[in-house]
Design a protein around this ligand. Structure first.
Ligand SMILES: Cc1cc2nc3c(=O)[nH]c(=O)nc-3n(C[C@H](O)[C@H](O)[C@H](O)COP(=O)(O)OP(=O)(O)OC[C@H]3O[C@@H](n4cnc5c(N)ncnc54)[C@H](O)[C@@H]3O)c2cc1C
Length: 408
């Protein structure tokens, strides 16, 4: 079989549909979000667009086909994410909640659980939300140590009663403060770290919003700090067995980790276009456009090469993750770590190319840096979580350095 990186006619259609939606809705949304100072008000601006996206089938595109959705393969996902994220990565992250929150459901859920928990996200209308409640205000990198997860699930007859504080995850509060439609909660049960799925009916009245966080980039993401108090969830909502939660949580962040490479590509692509246009049109008082200076052209050349390389890595990582190939964990981690750090470096270089003009808030390049700065930190920070996962892979018995590339 030959390997082709050319987009198929179907992928060209998908790109056009995603680009059309982004240009029609996300560009204006991003401008409105930029102008609104209050974190809750600006996050709620996304709701009408969210409903439109659901109506056009984009949410189903995040749900795997075998469980009723329309997600086909990793390259399709990458195309769709890039086209949206170049205009509004915050909106894209907000919609992608099911990608993380439902991943452990697919991995460990019973057929009945899968059908019940996926159902709200197969809707053709509304704005259903899913949150993966892993992070806690006091820290999450050491969540699998004896003191690392403070949220508890106490058995009470046929139920667990969950108490604790969670932070950062998109849409912990839901649209109205009563929680999302589904929250996958990382908690400590008697048998160890466990994942329990709370549905809206369990959360309403038991989620206290302590604060909506004001992010420097990705400003439309509704990230909050909440207290869960006495959330009563049937024991039938435990995923797998008590004590299985640490491994399920690590795996839950694989698809989103792989996608971070594409979010970084989207930010680099946006910044490159601005810097390239500047370099080819601005003389800055000299005799010809600044691209005629070799040093300026070199910055563009290095940036473009790194964008193309990151895109291919992320395509491959997402492809492996969606196909559940054994190379998926390592490739997803490289897409996350390498992609996110390349994004920051490339955009920083492009800002330097533009020079002082870039430091006017009306000139739209530093906002891409604000976005890119989030990517090494979110979805498990590169230092606290992701490089440690690579360390674990490298020291696992039988690790083969050529396996991820398929060249073993
Ligand atoms: C827009 C946005 C969306 C997010 N979405 C979600 C979501 O959907 N769900 C969710 O649960 N969270 C979410 N988060 C939080 C995000 O996933 C964080 O990566 C996560 O909370 C872990 O943060 P951390 O790795 O910095 O851990 P912390 O525990 O806060 O660690 C802080 C730092 O300490 C150091 N450190 C700590 N322990 C170690 C160690 N053992 N080894 C080496 N260094 C260490 C590292 O430098 C680390 O960066 C989101 C955040 C943002 C901004």
């Amino acid at each position: 079989m030959t390997v082709s990186f050319l987009l198929s006619p179907e992928q060209e259609q998908l790109k056009a549909a995603a680009r059309g939606f982004a240009e029609e809705h996300l560009r204006d949304l991003a401008a409105a979000v930029r102008a609104e100072p209050d974190p809750l008000t600006r996050a709620l601006l996304a709701r009408p667009v969210f409903e439109k996206a659901v109506g056009q089938g984009f949410l189903k595109g995040l749900i795997p086909a075998p469980v009723g959705g329309a997600a086909s393969n990793g390259v399709d996902a990458a195309i769709f994410v890039e086209e949206w994220a170049v205009h509004s990565p915050d909106f894209t992250i907000s919609m992608a909640g099911p990608l993380i929150a439902l991943a452990p459901v697919y991995e460990a859920g019973t057929p009945e659980q899968v059908a019940r928990f996926v159902a709200p996200f197969l809707a053709d209308s509304g704005a259903p939300l899913a949150a993966m409640a892993y992070s806690e205000p006091e820290g999450s990198a050491n969540f699998d140590t004896p003191t690392g997860t403070r949220t508890t699930a106490t058995p009470d007859g046929d139920h667990y009663v969950i108490n604790g504080r969670k932070a950062w995850a998109s849409h912990l509060s839901g649209w109205d403060g009563d929680g999302p439609d589904l929250m996958t909660i990382v908690c400590r049960a008697p048998g160890g770290i466990s994942l329990i799925v709370a549905e809206r009916e369990h959360l309403a009245g038991h989620v206290e919003v302590e604060e909506h966080l004001d992010l420097p980039g990705l400003r439309g993401c509704l990230t909050s700090r909440v207290r869960l108090h006495d959330v009563r969830v049937p024991k039938a909502n435990l995923l797998g067995a008590e004590g299985q939660g640490a491994a399920l949580t690590r795996n839950a962040f694989l698809p989103s980790g792989a996608s971070i490479g594409i979010f970084a590509v989207a930010a680099m692509r946006g910044a490159f276009e601005i810097a390239w246009r500047f370099a080819t049109t601005e003389t800055r008082g000299g005799p010809s456009p600044i691209i005629d200076h070799q040093s300026v052209a070199d910055v563009l050349a290095d940036a473009k090469g790194r964008i193309e390389a990151t895109r291919l890595l992320a395509w491959r990582a997402l492809d492996a993750v969606l196909a559940q190939h054994p190379s998926a964990p390592e490739l997803a981690l490289h897409s996350k770590v390498f992609g996110s750090e390349t994004g920051v470096d490339v955009i920083n270089d492009l800002v330097k190319l533009v020079g002082v003009t870039s430091y006017d808030a009306r000139f739209p390049i530093v906002e891409y840096l604000d976005e890119a700065l989030a990517y090494p930190i979110i979805e498990g920070s590169n230092i606290g979580v992701r490089r440690r996962q690579l360390q674990d892979l490298f020291r696992a018995p039988g690790y083969d350095p050529l396996a991820a590339s398929g060249m073993a």
